[in-house]
Design a protein around this ligand. Structure first.
Ligand code: IMP
Ligand code: MG
Length: 184
């Protein structure tokens, strides 16, 4: 029994991810040259993207992590609640903060987080999301850097989970409907 058996379709291949993440890394390295770049990743979904992206950034950069929650368990719809479970260790003053996210969906999470980080006196706060689902947006917020736009479907892999599984798939895919119905 392999994870692969639960996947209906592959939306973004491993090769496409590798290529695009390299492009984003190059772009970020150029845009942040001479700045004090702090890459902030939101656990757990963005951990795979962070690990790949930071190695494509060629300028000095520091990293930090935070845990926020807006979704619970197997629930695939947003509750609109954002809670800081684990805060950053870094002092943001003078830093150019780049939030490294797995997916921007409704945008609710980041619309709460960005103003909270801005209050800590950073030079700048921008967003880099490997996936973007613009059709689902509930707030007026766009990522500054996007890997791929995806349709309005629940996706897994490359860090993204369904009920804490499938994060370790090396590509982005859509689950077969029966995977959800078994759970419900
Ligand atoms: P937002 O606040 O709706 O923009 O999304 C917040 C979080 O929900 C994302 O960072 C993901 O962790 C999760 N999420 C949104 N869409 C998906 C999806 O299609 N698959 C897996 N997780 C998702
Ligand atoms: Mg996330």
């Amino acid at each position: 029994m392999s994870m692969q058996d639960d996947i209906k379709a592959v939306l973004v291949t491993e090769q496409q991810l590798k290529q695009r993440v390299a492009e984003l890394g190059a772009e970020i390295s150029k845009d942040y040259a001479g700045k004090d770049l702090l890459m902030v990743s939101i656990l757990k979904g963005a951990v795979v993207f962070m690990a790949d992206l930071m190695r494509e950034v060629t300028i000095p950069a520091s990293i930090d992590f935070m845990v926020v929650s807006s979704y619970g368990g197997a629930n695939t719809t947003t509750t609109g609640l954002v809670k800081i479970i684990k805060d950053l260790d870094a002092d943001l003053s003078g830093k150019d903060v780049l939030i490294v996210e797995d997916i921007m969906d409704t945008g609710v999470t980041l619309s709460h987080l960005v103003p909270m980080l801005q209050m800590r006196n950073p030079e700048s706060v921008r967003i880099c999301a490997v996936l973007d689902k613009p059709s689902r947006r509930k707030v007026e917020l766009q990522p500054d850097y996007v890997g791929f736009q995806v349709p309005d479907e629940f996706v897994v892999g490359y860090g993204l989970d369904y009920d804490e599984k499938y994060r370790n798939l090396p590509y982005v895919g859509v689950l077969k409907p029966e995977v959800y119905s078994q759970k419900a």
